[in-house]
Ligand binder design. Structure first.
Ligand code: SAM
Length: 203
């Protein structure tokens, strides 16, 4: 029987197990470089960026059902075969579901800032994150960050600067020009947003 090449009925993965790593060869039509957005929200950025880069594969990770369903709707409407969504917690996804060193880029845009001091331990980008990301990134892979929260931005830059495993790099213009939903909203309200990017070293 010829292989089934028809697009899946739902772009959101129905995980067969949450303790086994995802078989990327089974979920994507083509074996291509993989980029991941953690906390992809309504997935406007990811669907547009995946549309612009059919030569790459993309996974959006999001914990809210209503938002990951938007990834499905937008992705299928755009006829994308290089995009999938996973409804799960981002750090868990990196640690337990993604095969090691599988991602050429991690996009983390406007992660929840947890502004109260006593809640800061909930932030995704903390002292442990550079090591978590390093285990997920392929050689030369990059972490791209954007936020409107100056205090969180300072924490992001400090934790990456404290790691010998990363080099600060520029965000390419072709990436920076693709805005996220939250970014568009902040721009409309005149709120300044900040960005940084770090390439992994030492493989
Ligand atoms: C402020 S929104 C930003 C969404 C999108 N990146 C954007 O810029 O438009 C943060 C998103 O991350 C999701 N989120 C927050 N913490 C998460 C986590 N630990 N794992 C997965 N998703 C998370 C939230 O549900 C929300 O959709």
């Amino acid at each position: 029987m010829p292989p089934d090449t028809s697009p899946p009925a739902n772009l959101v993965l129905d995980l067969p197990s949450i303790v086994e790593r995802i078989d990327l060869a089974k979920i994507f039509e083509k074996p291509q470089a993989l980029e991941i957005e953690l906390g992809c929200g309504d997935a406007s950025f990811l669907t547009e960026y995946a549309r612009r880069h059919p030569e790459r594969n993309f996974i959006g990770v999001e914990r809210l059902l209503g938002r990951i369903q938007k990834l499905d709707r937008k992705g299928r409407r755009a006829g994308l075969t290089n995009l999938r969504g996973v409804r799960i917690e981002s750090a868990y996804f990196l640690q337990y579901l993604l095969p090691p060193h599988a991602a050429s880029a991690l996009h983390i845009y406007f992660p929840d800032p947890w502004p109260k001091k006593k809640h800061r331990r909930h932030r995704l980008i903390n002292e442990g994150f550079p090591a978590l990301a390093r285990a997920a990134l392929a050689p030369g892979g990059v972490v791209y960050l954007r936020t409107d929260d100056a205090d969180y931005f300072q924490q992001m830059t400090e934790v990456f600067a404290a790691s010998d495993d990363y080099q600060k790099v520029e965000t390419p213009a072709e990436l920076a020009e693709v805005l996220t939903d939250f970014e568009r909203d902040f721009n409309a309200r005149g709120i300044q947003t900040l960005r940084a990017a770090y390439r992994v070293l030492n493989f």
